[in-house]
Design a binder for this molecule. Structure first.
Ligand code: NAD
Ligand code: UDX
Length: 473
């Protein structure tokens, strides 16, 4: 064929789709095919409305799809054809059995390895793209070795560091690409093959090669360090509210020290997303498995602090509004776990909405990208709440077509996702339509609080001292 290399990626999700789209974009000589068990998911990738919202993704897909980028459910055929197979399937926290609530479930990875061993008729390079517990490559290797055709497979670890909302930029210009492999002749050769794919657009010095276990573990450590920064600044936000210090001023003063760095010090209602909590729990469970209880306890505190921050926010809303929100309309601006994505997995907004629903508030949610159906799927999966378990839930939460209708007649609005468009809303208009006193809870510190107070709002924000409480600000 006209292609120099065939890549197959198992798993057409938030990682598999964008990652392979960028490989296809940067390597026109390589044929890339993303496969999935879900026909619905593959149909969406082959349509005009992609299954995930990611800025810049539609442009790249429309440029490459049908040229050297393909989406298919022909898993067996694409495995046979491939030289390199990425495993990019979901590895969620186990919900039952040994390690439930902490250990990552690598069932999907093992199933992929078994499929590869079963259908391959030539040796291949198998790349772990999914985030997995350290030493998973050993399990993948053993499953692959059990094929009865005498085929030789090489297993590499190549964790993904993209963040949602900026995935395309992250993939086009990554800080680093990490490739772990067995440190023998064949392993090094396999790693070199993968290095040469990335070297089409990533400078060599940013492509790091390590042993398998360092690569697997680095991914968990990177997410744990990032989440730890958020929990650290969030713990300080509570102290700011109590003392009159301003958390934004602290972030600036502390982050300007280059040893600390400015980024990832934005105080919030807590971190969400499919990765941080899952990967830290994974790390905690690993530490426990190896008897390192102090290490486990240390990292677990990052999650404890995050849970506290989410809870603290709702409690503050209720206590500010005279200790009752029963029957009150409350507008929630933003449901995605961060801006520029429609992803709601582990979104902190969900926990705020859940707690307010339990207080019997009438919730009106506006998010520019989130689908109502996805809100309920996640509410069921993570909070175990459905219309069946909580009759009236469906009616208690309205999804609004825009921020203005969400806020109309409301006692309060809360900004829970930092969407840029929320900064430029017509707050005079919103104020006029709201019940008085009109409360604002800025869970992301993106609004101009002085201006809102001038209009007449009572403003509460994260780590921002209340001017009514301190006369000496
Ligand atoms: P996802 O749920 O969006 O996608 C996974 C896809 O894999 C699904 O479409 C599912 O149908 C498919 N799948 C499951 N089992 C399969 C099988 N046996 N054969 C073929 N397809 C199968 O998950 P995601 O967010 O893309 O995450 C994938 C992995 O990447 C996870 O391990 C995650 O921790 C890691 N990761 C995610 C991100 C992120 O931002 N989402 C970033 C870095 C790493
Ligand atoms: C994260 C990692 O950043 C990425 O490298 C990894 O591959 C996957 O996990 P993601 O979860 O997509 O990416 O988004 P991220 O930007 O890390 O944000 C995670 C959560 O932390 C969001 O809820 C975000 O709002 C929150 N956050 C982030 C803060 O509250 N404050 C910050 O300063 C930064």
């Amino acid at each position: 064929s006209e292609f120099t290399l065939n890549i197959c990626c198992m798993g057409a999700g938030y990682v598999g789709g964008p990652t392979m789209a960028v490989i296809a974009l940067k390597c026109p000589q390589i044929r890339v095919c993303v496969v999935d068990l879900s026909q619905k998911q593959i149909d969406a990738w082959n349509s005009d409305s992609l299954p995930i919202y990611e800025p810049g993704l539609p442009e790249v897909v429309s440029e490459c799809r049908g040229r050297n980028l393909f989406f298919s459910t022909d898993i067996d055929g694409e495995i046979k054809r491939a030289d390199i197979i990425f495993i990019s399937v979901n590895t969620p926290t186990k919900t039952m059995g040994i390690g439930a609530g902490r250990a990552a479930n690598i069932k999907n990875c093992e199933l992929c390895a078994r499929k590869i061993a079963e259908v391959s008729d030539s040796g291949k390079i198998v790349v772990e793209k999914s985030t997995v517990p350290v030493r998973t490559a050993q399990a993948v290797r053993r499953v692959l070795e059990c094929n009865d055709k005498g085929l030789k497979f090489q297993v590499l670890s190549n964790p993904e560091f993209l963040a949602e909302g900026t995935a395309m930029e992250d993939l086009k210009a990554p800080d680093r690409v990490l490739i772990g492999g067995v440190q023998d002749e064949d392993g090094i050769k396999a790693a070199e093959t993968l290095v040469s794919v990335y070297a089409n657009w990533v400078p060599r010095e940013q492509i790091l090669t390590t042993n398998l276990w360092s690569s697997e573990l680095s991914k968990l450590v990177a997410n744990a360090f990032l989440a730890q920064r958020v929990s650290s600044i969030n713990s300080i936000s509570a102290l700011c509210e109590a003392t009159g210090a301003d958390v934004n001023e602290i972030s600036r003063a502390v982050g300007i020290d280059q040893r600390i760095g400015r980024r990832f010090l934005n105080s919030s209602i807590g971190f969400g997303g499919s990765c941080f909590q899952k990967d830290i729990l994974n790390l905690v469970y690993l530490c426990e498995t190896y008897g390192l209880h102090e290490c486990a306890e240390y990292w677990n505190q990052v999650i404890v602090m995050n849970d506290y921050q989410k809870k603290r926010f709702t409690e503050k809303m209720v206590s500010s509004m005279f200790n009752t929100v029963t029957g009150k309309k409350i507008a929630i601006l933003g449901y995605a776990f961060k801006k520029d994505t429609g992803d709601v997995r582990e979104t902190p907004s969900m926990f705020v909405v859940r707690d307010l629903v339990l207080e019997q508030a009438k919730i009106h949610v506006f998010d520019p990208q989130v689908k109502r159906e996805d809100m309920w799927i996640e509410m069921d999966y993570t909070c175990g709440m459905t219309e069946k378990t909580h009759p009236g839930l469906d009616k208690a939460v309205t999804t609004s077509p825009d921020a203005y209708s969400a806020c109309d007649g409301a006692h309060a609005f809360a900004v829970l996702t930092e969407w840029d468009e929320f900064k430029t809303l017509d707050f005079e208009r919103i104020y006029k339509g709201m019940a008085k006193p009109a409360f604002v809870f800025d869970g992301r510190n993106i609004l101009d609080h002085a201006k809102l107070r001038e209009i007449g709002f009572e403003v509460h924000a994260i780590g921002k001292p209340d001017p009514n409480k301190f006369s000496d600000l």
